[in-house]
Design a binder for this molecule. Structure first.
Ligand SMILES: [Ca+2]
Ligand SMILES: [Ca+2]
Length: 157
């Protein structure tokens, strides 16, 4: 799954954006998950992977922001829950964005938890401010075969 925006989905249970079951272990790269809602508590509004069946997604260079689970929770488990292979070069919202705790290995995995500051949030536009240090900090220039400096200067996808 490459260069996708996943937004505005709703699930009665787990995994509103992506729900991995039965060992599904996709590579999810250059994707933005925003405003997906799973009603289950800690149900992974953005990405949920079933426990105990070998699911292990590899999540790279993704933004997971303002996904919701349970009763309007926007914590870490609302963004990604369940087993993963790895989460790297990504922005993941948690209870305290911008503090020293950063989900999924933090800075050692090149993850951040800062507000991506979508330019026109709520207007189906996920661009980030031009030249913002944020976008440059999570996008691995020169090592990401799916991106070019031209198209990724302004877009998270
Ligand atoms: Ca939660
Ligand atoms: Ca934090």
């Amino acid at each position: 799954m490459i260069n996708c925006i996943v937004s505005g989905n709703w699930a009665r249970g787990n995994g509103a954006g992506v729900y991995n079951k039965n060992g599904s272990s996709p590579a999810i790269t250059n994707c933005t998950f925003n405003a997906n809602k799973a009603l289950a508590i800690d149900g992974g509004g953005g990405i949920c992977s079933e426990t105990g069946t070998g699911c292990a997604p590899t999540i790279t260079n993704c933004v997971l922001w303002k996904n919701i689970d349970g009763v309007d929770s926007e914590d870490e488990s609302a963004q990604i829950t369940g087993p993963v292979n790895s989460v790297t070069y990504s922005c993941i919202q948690d209870d305290d964005p911008g503090d020293t705790y950063i989900p999924f290995g933090g800075s050692a995995n090149n993850n951040i938890d800062d507000d991506p500051k979508f330019d026109l949030y709520g207007q189906w536009d996920w661009r980030m401010p031009e030249g913002d240090a944020f976008s440059q900090s999570i996008i691995p220039w020169g090592t990401n075969i799916y991106s070019s400096s031209e198209s990724y200067l302004h877009y998270t996808i």
